[in-house]
Write a protein that binds this ligand. Structure first.
Ligand code: HAM
Length: 420
């Protein structure tokens, strides 16, 4: 019989409790990122992971790699084509437009799994986790600063080294169109030197050629027109102002070649990259997408947002040791479990900073003690028949050899535990 295995590019993650693997780091990263979002007064939005597939054609765009070849989709029993979400922004706008909330301003955050049928490699998975924020209904200006401020908070909170925020401005719709035309005119004579992928990009979304990983294309592009010549002075001023304001917090670079892989962007765009990540070096990205609401049938709702790739962020944060105390509650005789569980329940409610691990399986006192030591517990609480008769327990320090174990009353155990 064939062995059933996990799907390519989809990870099983296990928590080893000490921040040395991805699951423990993800847990910590999710907690801290959520805290930062709440600190900026973003409100949570949860949307379904399945959407009508046409949502992504109309938002992320026909010319994006995502819609072209990466969408996970299937036909449901009614023959409707359903997609597993490849990102969160389209769903957020779909929801706000559908609920007719598109006349108000919103600051929203979300977190959850996304799917893209990409070629897996380090830092690139087919199922990955994003945490995103969207500021809806406010035109270009202040929200750009708020976005960069959040990015700086994330970088500083995790004390990330070797990273940089790249910013660019794609101009207005007209600016973007004129630049695209100039780029196409420039590249036309070199078409024969471009690879198939870049020719396709040139036809569908010329801006994406700037993103090419092909070295010959990049050599050709050295003399190409720059977006800088097509955008307003005010846009360049804004880039400079953001750089000036935040450069003491994080490294910020204006990169006129920065384009994003999704079609809905116009105006300010940005990415944060880390040299510790290898080829997939961008751990977050976003930008302004003022037309998306009207594209999805809603009111004019200028908006900006970003999403963090949490696995990538988790890979560059420094593991911090858990400093919560661990106590192992050892039941040293059979039939004492109900009593022990009741005591443990009370202990947990007395001190939420301590982790209390109670033995769930049968075994000798010796093997349970071995396990407590292996888990690096600070103390063992031992409850045996003799102790219970005397309404007492034994507290055994496991890390300090000079300290003796002691038998204490249950009430004293509660006081001891509370003070840990
Ligand atoms: P994105 O650049 O496609 O933007 O994705 C954001 C982040 O998700 C990337 O910077 C990366 O860290 C992570 N990511 C993307 N694909 C993968 C993958 N296959 N494996 C692991 N991580 C990945 C968006 O999704 C936009 N919705 C962001 C946005 C929000 N723009 C405006 N609002």
């Amino acid at each position: 019989m064939d062995k059933i295995q996990s799907l390519t590019g989809m990870l099983d993650l296990y928590d080893d409790g000490d921040m040395t693997n991805t699951s423990s780091r993800l847990f910590e990263v999710e907690r801290v990122v959520k805290d930062i979002f709440l600190n900026y007064k973003f409100q949570e939005i949860r949307t379904p992971i399945l959407e009508d597939a046409s949502l992504y054609k109309r938002s992320v765009g026909d010319s994006s790699d995502i819609v072209n070849k990466e969408i996970y989709s299937f036909n449901d029993r009614n023959d409707k084509t359903i997609a597993m979400r490849p990102e969160g922004t389209a769903s957020v706008i779909r929801s706000i437009v559908e609920k007719k909330l598109d006349q108000e301003n919103h600051k929203l955050w979300y977190m959850g799994p996304m799917w893209r049928y990409e070629r897996p490699q380090k830092g690139r998975y087919r199922q990955f986790t994003q945490a995103g924020i969207e500021i809806l209904g406010i035109p270009e200006g202040l929200p750009e600063y708020e976005m960069v401020s959040v990015v700086c908070s994330i970088i500083n909170k995790f004390k990330l080294k070797n990273c940089c925020i790249k910013i660019n401005h794609l101009g207005t719709r007209q600016n973007k169109a004129s630049f695209c035309k100039a780029l196409v005119d420039f590249l036309e004579p070199y078409k024969k030197d471009l690879n198939e992928k870049d020719i396709e990009r040139l036809q569908k979304n010329p801006l994406r050629v700037l993103d090419s990983k092909n070295s010959e294309t990049q050599t050709i592009l050295k003399n190409a027109p720059s977006i800088k010549e097509f955008i307003d002075k005010a846009s360049i001023q804004m880039l400079n102002s953001i750089k000036n304001e935040f450069s003491d917090l994080c490294k910020i670079e204006i990169d006129f070649n920065l384009v994003r892989g999704l079609d809905y962007y116009s105006g300010f765009v940005f990415e944060a990259i880390s040299s510790e990540l290898g080829a997939q070096d961008s751990f977050l990205g976003g930008g302004r997408y003022d037309q998306l609401s009207t594209q999805l049938g809603g009111k004019d709702m200028p908006s900006i947002g970003m999403a963090i790739g949490l696995e990538r962020l988790a890979n560059i944060v420094n593991p911090t040791k858990q400093n919560r105390k661990l106590v192992s509650f050892i039941i040293a005789a059979s039939n004492l479990e109900p009593k022990a569980y009741k005591i443990a329940h009370h202990l947990r409610s007395l001190n939420k900073d301590v982790v209390l691990d109670i033995s769930l399986s049968e075994g000798s006192l010796k093997s349970k003690m071995r396990k407590a030591n292996k888990n690096n517990a600070d103390f063992a609480i031992i409850l045996g028949e003799e102790e219970l008769k005397n309404k007492s327990v034994v507290i055994k320090p496991l890390k300090d050899e000079l300290k003796e174990q002691q038998a204490v009353s249950i009430d004293d155990l509660y006081s001891f535990y509370k003070a840990l």
